[in-house]
Design a protein around this ligand. Structure first.
Ligand SMILES: [Zn+2]
Length: 419
């Protein structure tokens, strides 16, 4: 067992070392789920966990756990986030929260060992598999399987653009030992904000009170392949033209609502045959709608159907729109917000309540377990970009708060009463 709690300097040194795993020349990381960078980083992280005295294991969907067992047989306080990244991503998104979780757990373990804390629960650090959803959709895959929002079978069957399935990627990574997912009592997560809310207000900590609703679609536009020169314009059924009408209209849709009420994007596109002198016969892309207001989200969905119908008619193509993933505007448990607020006050950290626009693994977990979700500031709100940055001071303030929260959870706070 680890006897002295890891210090702030060790956290910063570990974070710097972690950021070298899958590092990109622009100062970011490339660690998409079960890619070389992710595999390397997970192996490194196992070493960190074992150094703290945790037992490392993986469940069937590749969630990585570091288990600190204080009370044999008791459920766990789970604390973590995700180590996987988007392509050419920043080094903080998800990774900060997982490493902070490990350090918080180690600090709590040291307190248990010294007799300063009498735990009711054990503590499990968790690195959720494929939160980003960039290589394999849907996002938040590991926590979705953990909470049964997605079946293991469906998750393992998801493929990347090369046709590799999640199952093949996980089996190929040979993560061992395979264990049963731990039984969880409560959950805590800390993440970089990925927005400007905290920075604009000069606060160190965000107490996340709700998540924006989201609807994610895949649109498939089917036209007819033809020669880009000789096919007469009136004969064309150009799938790329149809797609472009929708893409532009989705962006303009946001202007139909008050500023800040709707975020809408198309960010991935594949086309067939993708050849210079051939009109595209099929184009597939994603559509992502998000709002803090369920009425806005519902209205945007209706407008999206109208946009699709208009584009299909104008371009003489067929468009299939299928909803692939959605979550409702959803509050985080109030008791968790209150606990985090008390801990922040105790530590003298400036804080505010905040919504999350992005989905997180805690979005899944809060549906089943008392959950605390915390943010630290992101400089200029930069996210999914190599330039993403959070200061050392803010990282350490977040770690201190997370440690205090995990300590309280381990002592039994937020948990349903003993039976
Ligand atoms: Zn993230």
């Amino acid at each position: 067992m680890h006897t002295t709690p890891p210090k702030d300097e060790q956290f910063l040194a570990d974070f710097a070392q972690m950021s070298a795993n899958g590092a990109t020349p622009g100062g970011g990381v490339e660690r998409q789920a079960a890619s070389e960078g992710d595999i390397l980083n997970r192996r490194w992280f196992s070493g960190v966990l074992e150094g703290f005295g945790a037992e490392v294991g993986y469940d069937k969907i590749g969630n990585q756990y570091g288990l600190f067992e204080f009370v044999p047989g008791a459920p766990y306080v789970a604390v973590g986030s995700h180590l996987d990244s988007q392509p050419l991503a920043g080094r903080f998104d998800g990774a900060y929260g997982v490493l902070a979780g490990a350090h918080a757990a180690a600090r709590v373990a040291a307190k248990v060992e010294s007799g300063e804390l009498a735990p009711r629960f054990n503590v499990a650090v968790v690195n959720w598999f494929n939160e980003e959803g960039s290589r394999f959709a849907p996002s938040m895959m590991g926590s979705s399987v953990f909470t049964s929002a997605l079946s293991l079978q469906d998750a393992r069957a998801a493929t990347d653009l090369q046709g590799t399935t999640v199952g093949e990627a996980i089996d190929g990574a040979k993560w061992a030992p395979l264990i049963d997912a731990p039984k969880v009592a409560t959950y805590a997560e800390i993440h970089v904000e990925q927005g400007r809310g905290l920075e604009n207000n000069g606060n160190q900590i965000g107490l996340v009170t709700a998540t924006w609703g989201a609807k994610k679609f895949v649109a498939t536009v089917r036209g007819e392949q033809g020669h880009t020169g000789s096919t007469m314009m009136r004969d064309r059924r150009d799938a790329l033209f149809g797609a472009s009408l929708i893409i532009a209209a989705v962006r303009r849709l946001t202007e139909e609502f008050a500023e800040g009420r709707l975020q809408a994007s198309v960010s991935q596109l594949t086309l067939e045959p993708n050849s210079p002198v051939t009109i595209a016969r099929e184009v597939q892309f994603n559509v992502d709608l998000r709002s803090p207001d369920s009425d806005v989200l519902a209205a945007a969905r209706t407008r999206l159907d109208e946009i699709v119908a208009a584009a299909a008619s104008e371009a003489d193509v067929e468009v299939e729109l299928s909803l692939t993933h959605e979550w409702a505007l959803n509050p985080y448990p109030e008791a968790g917000v209150e606990l985090a607020r008390e801990c922040a006050q105790e530590l003298g950290l400036t804080h505010q309540e905040i919504y999350t626009v992005a989905g997180h693994d805690s979005t899944n977990m809060k549906e089943h377990y008392p959950t605390v979700m915390l943010f630290v500031p992101s400089v200029e709100g930069i996210s999914h970009n190599e330039a993403e940055y959070t200061t050392d001071e803010d990282c350490l303030a977040g770690l201190a708060l997370l440690t205090r929260v995990v300590e309280q959870l381990a002592a039994g706070k937020l948990a349903p009463d003993k039976r």
